[in-house]
Design a protein around this ligand. Structure first.
Ligand code: CTP
Length: 475
């Protein structure tokens, strides 16, 4: 990997000039530290957040910087944490006094006291996040790297500055952060670190669900999410967060018949879909598309392994899961439910594509039809090259058919061609059951392709159906 080795360009944003000036006036040693430095060296694109550490008061430094800045921005002070934040142009700058921390068993809120830069670097999560660049006039732009963070960036390793048992036990969220960085950056987690995560996995329970899910979502948004989910599984963290997924693990064999390991299959589907979509919720749908398979798994001598109705059962599990994980219970969740429910529909079509099945699929999926097709294409994980090609080709045909049916029959956002008012008026009815029956009959006929999605043809059918139901048109 090409790493940047000249650190002064990291400070090219105009805000740093003012911080240096403020530090000089207050006579406090000041450094930029953490993710900003890491991402600058990795050339990960323009940063939005900057962490500045002062060997003294971070709040006083922030107030002085704001005084010197041309637009005198507002400073948000968080007294309890000893931090302060201001925005300048496109950057959010957070100031903190260098500190020493010690943690207790049952909380992740540390006892904090003032410390040196080295103390502050010691308390950071990873060597690659403990890198600091000086903002002091005496050694402006010098890199301070006490734990070999640069070497770890070069060899692509996630390592803790201190004994990993201490780092993870102090703040168990870091276990997820280690896995998240390893997934985002495609880095290796150093083996002692990985062991310590496994040992401390239980301590995840003291972290709020919201913070856990921020990390899980970042793992799911990474280019190859399976890297993270495999780590989560082997360390025992996944069992605590998503037991519905770990329940899919394993291959059972009865009378010589095996089913596939649905956990590894799921991860393959997630990686596949991640090549084609950045949409977090479609990735969630891929992650959960088979969760109904654990509770519905049965073996019968006649047909072997079955997972009857797993799509329906799985879609019903989504609400509880989202609620427990504090994920949004809004239309994002409904979208995931719908994708899980419909996830097997197109594959059935892939063996025989009929117009009426395509029409029904478009009707049921509505505007989410493209997402559903993307999910189902990702679901093809067969290792048989012949089948792989055949399924993909059939899906191409399905996509083409969807286009044709859409142009012809307009069933995506289906509006019945005959309204309830027309039916009431024709047969001189007050609101009653028969109106719904006639409407359904017309809808089914359109979806079956018996009539076109057209007023005149639907009108004739309405008269016929009304007659069958014993209704007489007004004269
Ligand atoms: N940090 C830490 N332990 C944590 C969270 C953060 O030691 N649980 C330290 C790290 O030095 C980190 C810095 O605080 O670099 C800033 O944290 P944050 O903004 O959360 O993360 P970044 O490293 O900036 O990365 P990202 O923006 O991708 O989350």
């Amino acid at each position: 990997m090409q790493l940047l080795e000249n650190y002064t360009p990291a400070l090219k944003h105009p805000v740093f000039k003012y911080i240096t000036q403020a530090a000089l006036q207050l006579n406090v040693d000041t450094y930029v530290i953490g993710g900003f430095v890491r991402d600058f060296i990795l050339q990960r694109g323009a940063a939005k957040d900057v962490d500045v550490v002062a060997v003294g008061s971070g709040i006083e430094l922030a107030l002085k910087v704001a005084e010197l800045l041309p637009n005198k921005p507002k400073v948000q002070v968080f007294k309890t944490y000893g931090t302060a934040m201001l925005r300048y142009q496109d950057l959010e700058v957070e100031f903190v006094g260098a500190r020493k921390e010690s943690y207790t068993e049952d909380s992740r809120n540390p006892q904090v006291e003032q410390g040196s830069l080295q103390d502050d670097q010691n308390r950071r999560d990873f060597t690659i996040n403990a890198l600091a660049i000086s903002l002091n006039t005496s050694n402006l732009g010098t890199l301070l790297d006490p734990f070999g963070g640069i070497d770890d960036l070069k060899t692509q390793i996630i390592r803790t500055p201190l004994d990993p048992d201490i780092t993870y036990s102090d703040d168990p969220l870091r276990m997820l952060r280690a896995i998240r960085f390893a997934t985002q950056l495609n880095f290796t987690i150093e083996s002692n670190s990985l062991k310590a995560i496994t040992t401390n996995a239980e301590r995840l329970k003291i972290i709020t669900r919201e913070r856990v899910m921020v990390e899980v979502n970042k793992i799911l948004e990474a280019p190859v999410p399976s890297i993270g989910f495999l780590h989560l599984e082997t360390t025992g963290l996944l069992q605590q967060i998503l037991p519905e997924l770990t329940a899919l693990k394993g291959v059972q064999e009865v009378e010589g018949q095996k089913h596939k390991d649905n956990f590894y299959h799921t991860l393959e589907v997630v990686d596949n879909i991640s090549k084609n979509t950045e949409d977090l919720w479609l990735r969630w749908a891929a992650l959960l598309h088979d969760i109904g398979k654990a509770p519905t798994k049965r073996f019968s001598k006649k047909v072997g392994w079955t997972f009857h109705n797993h799509e329906f059962v799985g879609s019903k599990m989504v609400f509880k899961l989202f609620k427990r994980l504090r994920l949004p219970l809004n239309n994002k969740m409904k979208f995931v439910q719908k994708m899980v429910l419909l996830s097997s529909r197109p594959i059935v079509l892939a063996s025989e594509v009929t117009d009426s099945a395509v029409r029904r699929l478009v009707f049921d999926a509505g505007d989410d039809i493209d997402s559903l097709m993307t999910l189902c294409e990702a679901d093809i994980t067969t290792k048989n090259p012949h089948k792989f090609k055949k399924y993909h080709n059939n899906f191409k045909i399905v996509r083409q058919k969807i286009k044709e049916v859409e142009e012809r029959d307009r069933v995506r956002n289906f509006e019945p061609p005959i309204s309830g008012e027309v039916i009431m008026d024709t047969f001189n009815l007050k609101p009653c059951r028969e109106i719904g029956q006639i409407k359904d009959y017309i809808k089914e006929a359109i979806l079956d392709g018996a009539i076109a999605n057209d007023y005149d043809q639907a009108y004739i059918l309405m008269l016929q159906r009304g007659k069958d139901l014993g209704l007489v048109p007004k004269t």
